[in-house]
Design a protein around this ligand. Structure first.
Ligand code: TYD
Ligand code: MG
Length: 447
């Protein structure tokens, strides 16, 4: 049987190892992708020296902090030196803006940094740098869309930004830039070269509306960490979310704001929700939503309006329609509020989306509040998951949610039993009926 040591060739497209050179890879079917592997240094075939895991120094992971606390947070402390990272996002969301800011900061702290612009002209890049105040002597730029040109200079730098992987191509491979083959090939080549030279590589990648890393899911497997910038172009708030991190916590999230001079930290994204809220309106309920490992204040809104003629409409923007349908069933059964002749429209204010089960109780309260045309007290907030027997269940991130509500000055909040127990501010509830009662939303309160 052939061992791995006999496999001296590898496919640059799929990474499969082969014992001999082939014109076509038998694994992925690509032509002209087989290359000889480099001989490992030291005696050929020498066994690697194994080290006890406890003897490996975790502090050897060197982090390059960024200038933004929220970005460091999403990256579990900053870019890891020598790692390859993908930053994804829809076109126009701020990938180039963020990457240029990271590059400028790194170069100012002494790292030789290269920004490869495969999409934009020097003028566009210079204009962005001017807005960001990103001019720095140690920051070089190169305008090229050819992989070979990037590989030729990559080793001279400690940090290399490639903007973007969809615009980069290797003419020898054939096919258009942005094709799955080109993306895979270029990303693999960049990754290998960066690993060989010890450079940190930041690869920008367009993400389609449905959130897939345009075409190549394969990008995710190739690199050490994947982050996406989320948000609406029409709005200035952004979130940098971690989808994969070999050197840190997945599902970390940083909150940012796109301003006149680039992305800024937004440590309190909940504040905007309070500013825009129409206090005292029926159908509005404040809650703390779990986002990554954090909790953020959001407003759940419901509009329940009579519709006796047609099949009632149900529209749940940004919320799970399955959960909302179940909640409507629970309200009818346990709160005695009949909704079969009412349209129900729901959303999380500000265009957020979440399937956090901890929103259940706030969703229920918003629906009942709108149905009864009775507002919940302006200083009250609520969170909790609902079970099918009408019970209020504990939620993940209980402490973070409570802290977020306190931070925003909620005089009282209704939450599951357990956790902190009862206090002047916190009313623990066991059932949906108890929760509605505590918010003045039970039918008994009806005039
Ligand atoms: P950009 O980083 O070019 O997006 P991407 O690389 O993801 O396609 O940013 C696009 C938008 O951001 C653009 O419409 C202009 C806006 N912008 C600001 O609002 N402030 C700024 O400081 C900069 C540089 C851009
Ligand atoms: Mg861009």
């Amino acid at each position: 049987m052939k061992g791995r040591n006999d496999q001296k060739f590898a496919c640059t497209a799929c990474g499969a190892r082969h014992a001999t050179w082939l014109g076509r890879c038998g694994v992925c079917g690509e032509w002209n992708t087989i290359e000889a592997l480099r001989e490992p240094s030291g005696a050929a075939g020498a066994a690697p020296t194994a080290t006890a895991l406890t003897g490996v120094d975790a502090s050897k992971v060197i982090r390059i902090p960024t200038s933004l606390e929220e970005v460091d947070r999403a990256m579990s402390g900053g870019l890891v030196a020598g790692s390859t990272v993908v930053i994804g996002g829809e076109p126009g969301i701020g990938k180039s803006t963020l990457a240029l800011a990271l590059a400028a900061h790194a170069s100012r702290s002494g790292l030789r940094t290269l920004y490869v612009s495969a999409e934009e002209s020097e003028g566009q890049l210079a204009e962005r740098a001017r807005r960001l105040g990103a001019g720095s002597a140690g920051l070089d730029v190169v305008m090229t869309a050819e992989l070979a040109a990037v590989l030729a200079v990559l080793a001279d730098y400690s940090l290399v930004v490639v903007d973007s992987i969809q615009a980069l191509s290797d003419p020898e491979l054939g096919g258009q830039a942005g094709s799955v083959n080109q993306i895979r090939h270029c990303a693999q080549a960049l990754n290998i070269s960066a690993k060989e030279s010890g450079a940190t590589a930041v690869i920008l990648s367009h993400v389609t509306k449905d959130g897939s890393l345009a075409g190549p899911k394969v990008l995710e497997h190739l690199v050490d960490a994947v982050f996406v910038i989320e948000g609406e172009r029409s709005d200035e708030s952004r979130a940098l979310r971690c989808l994969k991190n070999r050197f840190g916590k997945v599902s970390e999230v940083g909150f940012l704001r796109m301003g006149e001079s680039g992305l800024q930290d937004e440590p309190d994204p909940g504040a905007a929700q309070l500013e825009d809220r129409l206090a005292g309106a029926a159908g509005s309920v404040m809650t703390a939503m779990r986002d990554g490992t954090r909790a953020r204040l959001v407003e759940i809104q419901a509009l329940v309006t009579p519709n006796a003629r047609e099949v009632p409409k149900r529209q749940f923007l940004g919320l799970s329609s399955q959960r909302c349908s179940v909640i409507i069933g629970l309200i009818e059964h346990f709160a005695g509020v009949k909704l079969d002749r009412f349209d129900v429209f729901m959303s999380i204010a500000g265009g957020h989306a979440s399937d956090d089960p901890g929103l259940d109780l706030a969703i229920a309260a918003a629906i009942v509040s709108s149905a009864l045309q009775r507002p919940v007290p302006a200083d009250a907030a609520v969170f909790g998951e609902l079970g099918l027997t009408g019970e209020v269940r504990k939620v993940r991130g209980e402490a973070e949610r409570s802290a977020e509500l306190r931070r925003h000055g909620f005089g009282r909040f209704v939450a599951p039993t357990g956790g902190e127990g009862a206090s002047a501010r916190r009313t623990p509830v066991r059932t949906l009926a108890e929760a509605l009662e505590a918010m003045g939303l039970s039918r008994r309160h009806q005039a």
